[in-house]
Design a protein. Structure first.
Length: 83
């Protein structure tokens, strides 16, 4: 899920989703950090909580954080936005 030229994770997510590997929380967080989509401190805070170990789906857990994108227009990263 590396960002495309415009830094958009959605387009690159669809190419990863069609692959053979499962979408994991750790993978998504690393890609978000690499792309600069979310503040690294927020990502590390989530990694250190117990919620990191217990969740239904990685994108649901991320959406529940109600993080704002660090990229303009700084939208809230909802489940709809992430998918």
């Amino acid at each position: 899920m590396s960002p495309n030229a415009s830094g958009d994770l959605k387009s690159s997510a669809s190419s990863t989703a069609s692959g053979d590997r499962a979408l994991t929380l750790d993978f998504i967080l690393k890609e978000m950090e690499t792309s600069g989509l979310v503040d690294p401190v927020a990502l590390n805070d989530l990694r250190s909580t117990s919620r990191f170990r217990s969740y239904d789906h990685p994108l649901v857990l991320i959406a529940e954080q109600k993080w704002r994108s660090t990229k303009p227009p700084a939208r809230i990263l909802t489940l709809e936005y992430l998918t």
